[in-house]
Design a protein. Structure first.
Length: 311
């Protein structure tokens, strides 16, 4: 019996396997990058997508497979690992689902989407529910090849899209380790004010944007100050980033925090778990992440509602 499926990012199958093993999850088999487990689904930072209600059907033909899927619901994505011709024939009999590139800050898709694959020519694995609104967890954008000074901006676009929130005019932000300015460019383009902190300067076209201030310095020695958003894409050991984030939270300085947890060498699963254990926090692997995770946190008011932009 398959009770959950976890889709690994390309090249990070072993890292996902380590995370699931730490959580006590058994991997019965791998179907390409899809880990098949007999255990109930658990939250996974490293999975691009989790199929939470998978079922296996014996299907004698392409038509029968398509009929089974249509009988369960309307919208489906496929994950192909071999049997490409047969899967294409099945997909052709289903309503088309197009993974269109988003125009930031366009909202993430909100239509219900299931996932399916063929384990064998006559064995259909289908899950009518999954955790990512994107096809196979892939969040693509219509890219800007002129404004941003690096491709790091895509990470920030993705996490803000997944959060369904972003800085707006009148909000104050800090971007730690900002150079050359990919994240600062995103924040300023949204109309918010941003203090960019780094030992190296910003790209000139970013430094000249409205609302941008630059301060030369070390991200780890900057004293917490009241801001609506704290951002960091600093290259640092995970435990050092954890201490930085904990300090800002303890000071009550930031309304929201978005930071990258970068791993150098082996994956520090213990520190990643410590980030995930912070109340109000969440750890995720973005499609645009490499061997790194993204941590997001939001402050909550005493009466329980999420507070964004409070200082």
């Amino acid at each position: 019996m398959i009770a959950a499926c976890y889709l690994a990012p390309e090249g990070l199958e072993s890292v996902l396997g380590e995370e699931l093993a730490r959580a006590g999850v058994t991997i019965e088999a791998w179907h390409g990058r899809l880990a098949l487990s007999p255990d109930p689904p658990v939250a996974s930072a490293w999975a691009l997508d989790v199929w939470t209600r998978p079922v296996v059907h014996s299907v004698a033909s392409v038509r029968e497979a398509a009929d089974v899927l249509r009988g369960m619901q309307r919208n489906w994505q496929s994950y192909g690992e071999g049997l490409h011709r047969r899967m294409a024939l099945i997909a052709a009999k289903l309503p088309p689902v197009k993974a269109r590139a988003l125009v930031f800050p366009q909202a993430a898709p909100d239509s219900h989407l299931g996932a399916w694959t063929l384990l064998a020519p006559d064995m259909l694995l289908a899950s009518p529910a999954k955790t990512s609104p994107f096809v196979n967890g892939v969040c693509r954008f219509e890219e800007d090849h002129i404004g941003p000074p690096s491709r790091a901006y895509l990470k920030l676009w993705e996490v803000l899209t997944r959060l369904g929130a972003h800085p707006v005019a009148g909000e104050r932000c800090v971007d730690l380790g900002a150079s050359p300015g990919g994240w600062t460019w995103v924040i300023a383009a949204l109309g918010a004010e941003v203090l960019a902190v780094d030992r190296s300067p910003l790209a000139e076209r970013v430094a000249g944007m409205a609302g941008v201030r630059f301060r030369e310095g070390n991200a780890f020695t900057l004293a917490p100050e009241p801001v609506d958003w704290l951002f960091s894409d600093v290259i640092a050991y995970p435990e050092r980033m954890l201490a930085l984030v904990a300090g800002w939270i303890a000071a009550g300085a930031a309304g929201r925090i978005v930071c990258t947890i970068k791993f150098q060498g082996a994956t520090d699963h213990a520190t990643a778990a410590a980030f995930a254990a912070i109340p109000g926090g969440r750890v995720m692997h973005l499609y645009h992440n490499k061997h790194e995770l993204t941590f997001v946190w939001q402050r909550k008011l005493a009466f329980g509602n999420e507070s964004f932009g409070e200082s």
